[in-house]
Design a protein around this ligand. Structure first.
Ligand code: GLA
Ligand code: ZN
Length: 684
């Protein structure tokens, strides 16, 4: 694939802008441009939901308002990120071609309204989208201001119309070739679900089938693939007319717990975009966890999305203040906007973009935070905080394009396995917590500022000293082979309960725990006990008592060394945590789920045993995050205080503070609550 990089020499600062909502008030555009300059804004993202303004009647196009935006932005030397409008469509289209809208899982065909509710298969919608995209590319493809294509908006959801059903059947035909293979893969002999013809297969729904795991998983895969096929249709004309302009589509995360969006396989999707971008809306200052914990969760998503392509990503949306759709929409405390924005940059973002530049006057997002509020003022707290970030980003110019300092430790996440585990009828739905368990492991490293990479199963494991692979429920044989070679060659792996149970079809592995895993870990998993929330088991490690909860696997060692045993129940005194030498490498297995205290004791010991060097790291108080990017012979160190109290950190070498423009000697320094400092130093 041709490499298309963003041609920028500084950070992008700006965001979603909707001048089509202000066409009756032309003075607004002029005022906004002046305010943007004042806030050091250099980028606008336009066109996301503009189809009705672009094509108010079929074939009747109006681009003048958009031409004006390009003219004004180019006049101030800014960038335009141009969106394709497929996320919402004009009323005439829905009326004339009802098939462009989705059918829900109950078979209800949707009527006009809302957004993000189009059929991904409809040939008419695909043709309409390709047509408007072609016109946009022809008209704006050569504009100097055009930086990047923003394809559609936050793809997600599914459609159950007849067209999608037929496409699903075709997708299955291509995947399995014969119905015999499909019937085996889904184990359809169960409950007489055997299919005789392809068109008997119906997507899972509450009115058809929701209990056939293989069907459920393949439907998720299909929905994800069909979304990508729709995306490919969108980008056809863009690639043809503007082959050098990079393309992205904005990815999402579930904000309550900062989980990767569940509906799409981003591991696959990322290969089809030139640059990954995502929309980041953390619930800062909530009443359940500290800002530091929230920062850790955001960090993990940044980390994962960075490693989807191993390159800097864009923050396509974030809020300058609060959103309007969290359960409680808190304002950011003073300092938090700067801190939370620079956190994104510290973890590999080359932009701080907002939803939205100007607040809508009406409709559902009228009270969502914006750079320019209803008061139209540059004097309010939000505008000033945004202006500060704009000024910071200018000071940080040398950091743009810099890569993240690579970790020596990797944590593996697999979206397909998440789907499969989520759907498995066993264990306990409320305690599976796959990503949250990875967060528990990630937290150990984040709190100590030990660089760790969150990676997919595509990662080159040999780049790492240690690979942490928890709860890998649906594990392919290819992954087992890869892991085995890695450990054999000298790597260290950490595995856990609920791993290696089903294959890529969701069929259980036969004959006990898979042989390659038995070899790696030197043990066999015999059974898994699921505990009720109030039930606990435990262990003793370094003379300290630790609690196990939720899952306790009973294992039989076959050469592994038992590090600790269970204290209770019929599996008392059997191995709970083991270590095994395999080939040149080492494996650790956590048969049960421990809490943060257990993970701390465990990783303290493992890091010492593996010899992971933490000496050279920047030391800082609890709640202070240190993240580093590097470029050429320069190292950029971000020190961020996610607590309200003043905190201390320690510089190891003379460093230049890029924000304060001063040079600090090695030794202890102080950061105010919610403070952030960014240092440039020489790479050793
Ligand atoms: C999403 C959408 C935006 C807007 C914001 C509000 O991320 O992409 O159009 O609705 O949420 O936070
Ligand atoms: Zn459909």
């Amino acid at each position: 694939m041709t490499e298309r990089v963003l041609s920028i020499d500084g950070f992008l600062h700006g965001g979603d802008y909707n001048p089509e909502q202000w066409q009756a008030m032309p003075e607004i555009l002029e005022r906004d441009i002046a305010l943007m300059q004042e806030a050091h804004i250099n980028t606008v993202t336009v066109g996301m939901f503009s189809w009705a303004a672009l094509e108010p009647q079929e074939g009747d196009y109006h681009f003048e308002w958009l031409d004006q935006v390009f003219d004004r932005i180019e006049a101030i030397g800014g960038h335009v990120i141009l969106a394709t409008p497929s996320g919402a469509r004009p009323a005439w289209m829905a009326k004339k071609y009802p098939e462009v809208l989705r059918t829900d899982e109950y078979g209800h065909h949707l009527e006009f309204g809302e957004r993000h509710n189009h059929c991904f298969t409809s040939p008419i919608y695909r043709a309409k989208v390709a047509q408007i995209n072609r016109l946009l590319a022809e008209r704006y493809g050569q504009r100097q201001g055009l930086l990047l294509w923003h394809v559609s908006n936050e793809y997600g959801g599914e459609c159950h119309c007849a067209l999608c059903r037929a496409a699903f059947q075709d997708w299955l035909k291509a995947r399995y070739g014969t119905l015999g293979k499909l019937n085996t893969a889904w184990n359809t002999a169960f409950w007489s679900h055997t299919y005789d013809t392809w068109n008997e297969i119906i997507p899972p729904s509450p009115t058809s089938d929701s209990t056939l795991n293989g069907l459920n998983l393949d439907w998720r895969r299909f929905v994800s693939d069909q979304t990508m096929a729709f995306y490919q249709n969108e980008i056809g004309p863009l690639r043809a007319i503007t082959p050098d302009v990079p393309i992205t589509t904005n990815f999402m995360a579930d904000t309550a717990n900062m989980l990767p969006f569940h509906g799409l396989d981003y591991q696959k999707f990322a290969k089809q975009v030139d640059v990954v971008s995502w929309d980041c809306y953390p619930q800062w200052h909530n009443d359940q966890e500290s800002d530091a914990v929230m920062a850790m969760k955001v960090s993990m998503i940044n980390n994962y999305y960075y490693h989807l392509k191993n390159q800097p990503f864009l923050i396509m949306e974030s809020t300058p203040s609060q959103v309007n759709w969290h359960p409680f929409n808190r304002a950011k405390r003073p300092g938090m906007h700067e801190l939370s924005s620079l956190q994104l940059v510290s973890e590999g973002a080359d932009s701080v973009l907002y939803f939205q530049l100007r607040q809508s006057r009406g409709a559902s997002e009228q009270f969502h935070g914006a750079v320019i509020g209803h008061d139209g003022s540059d004097q309010n707290r939000v505008f000033q905080a945004v202006t500060k970030v704009g000024a910071d980003l200018q000071q940080l110019q040398p950091v743009v394009h810099a890569s993240k300092v690579p970790g020596r430790i990797a944590i593996v996440y697999n979206q397909e396995s998440n789907w499969a585990l989520d759907d498995a009828k066993d264990f306990a739905q409320s305690t599976k917590r796959y990503w949250q368990t990875l967060q528990d492991h990630y937290a150990y490293f984040w709190m100590r500022n030990i660089p760790v990479d969150v990676v997919t199963t595509d990662a080159d494991l040999n780049a790492y000293q240690m690979v942490i692979d928890p709860m890998h429920y649906m594990m392919s044989e290819a992954w087992m082979t890869k892991l085995k070679a890695y450990v054999q060659g000298g790597g260290t792996v950490v595995g856990t309960y609920l791993s290696g149970i089903v294959d890529k079809r969701t069929l259980a592995y036969l004959g006990g725990w898979p042989k390659p895993l038995q070899d790696i870990y030197g043990l066999k998993v015999l059974e898994t006990d699921t505990l009720y929330p109030k039930q606990k088991n435990g262990t003793v490690l370094n003379d300290q008592l630790f609690v196990f909860k939720d899952y306790c696997a009973v294992v039989k060692d076959q050469g592994a060394t038992t590090l600790v045993q269970y204290t209770k129940d019929f599996y008392a005194d059997t191995p709970a945590v083991t270590r095994n030498k395999f080939g040149q490498g080492t494996s650790y297995f956590q048969a049960a789920r421990g809490g943060a205290d257990f993970l701390t004791a465990f990783y303290d010991r493992v890091l010492a045993e593996v010899g992971i060097d933490t000496e050279h790291l920047v030391k800082a108080d609890q709640g202070v995050s240190v993240q580093q990017r590097q470029s050429g012979d320069k190292l950029f160190t971000f020190v961020m205080n996610f607590t309200q109290a003043e905190a201390t950190y320690q510089l190891q070498q003379t460093s230049t503070d890029l924000l304060g423009q001063k040079t600090l000697p090695p030794g202890d320094h102080r950061l105010p609550g919610y403070g952030v400092a960014v240092f440039q130093s020489d790479r050793k």
